[in-house]
Design a protein around this ligand. Sequence first.
Ligand code: ZN
Length: 282
Amino acid sequence: MGYEVIRYEVEGAVATITMNRPEVANAQDTRLIDELDAAFDQADADDDVRVVILAGAGKHFSSGHDLKAIVGDTEPDEWRLMRETPEGKMHHEKVMYFDRCKRIHDFRKPTIASVQGSCIAAGLMLACMCDLIVAADDARFSNPVLRMTGAGVELLVEPWELGIRKAKEFLWTGDIIDANEAWRLGLVNQVVPRDELSARTRQLAERIALVPPATAQLVKDTINQTADLMGQSASWKYHFMAHHWMHNTSTALNALEERKSRTTMKEVFADRDRGDGPSGGN
Ligand code: ZN
């Protein structure tokens, strides 16, 4: 497929997939999610590619799912139309959010997220699907959807990334974790100066590319299997069902009606851009 909202580049043994909607902080709409999926297919099929970097163009890695595409006044696509019913909403999020993210987590080759600026809600979920995260010193991680009734995002990464106690605090307060705190918590592998982010991520990728691909892939698989034996996949499936139960509660539906009744979506997006609000489909 021709890419419009991502860039795909291969240099040596490293493929770099860059989300390229900087005007909306790389908010993830259908097109972006489809192109990411195609780019990972391309990197998978290319035997010369040993490591994949996932990056975001502009000031921010990703502000999450594109709320305007879901409830704004843009022309609805087939997925948005499907969201009229609980069944359709669940199918949309299972295919486009849950499965597409999980395939990045399960991707055969090592992956590194290169994160700067805001990394919010589904942006955080996406970054956490990668094996490693290199953060710029201006990176800010948050998932502020609970106060807007969203039960986290589709794959609840926080307990695995932050530990049980911190995960609850992070989700209940919606507080922002800065790059150094993210490093202290083990959410990111390295913190580097913003202007060195691309080069330092690349350096790390090139070192990993020195490992024979079969070995690197096998060790990735067994480490992921360790998390699976600790219940990661099952906990994500459980959360996905709970998340959808929440979507259909009167609590969530009333909040959605209230949001729709505003004359414009400006307030909602202003909240998001401040980092206080949900990123969208959440
Ligand atoms: Zn959802």
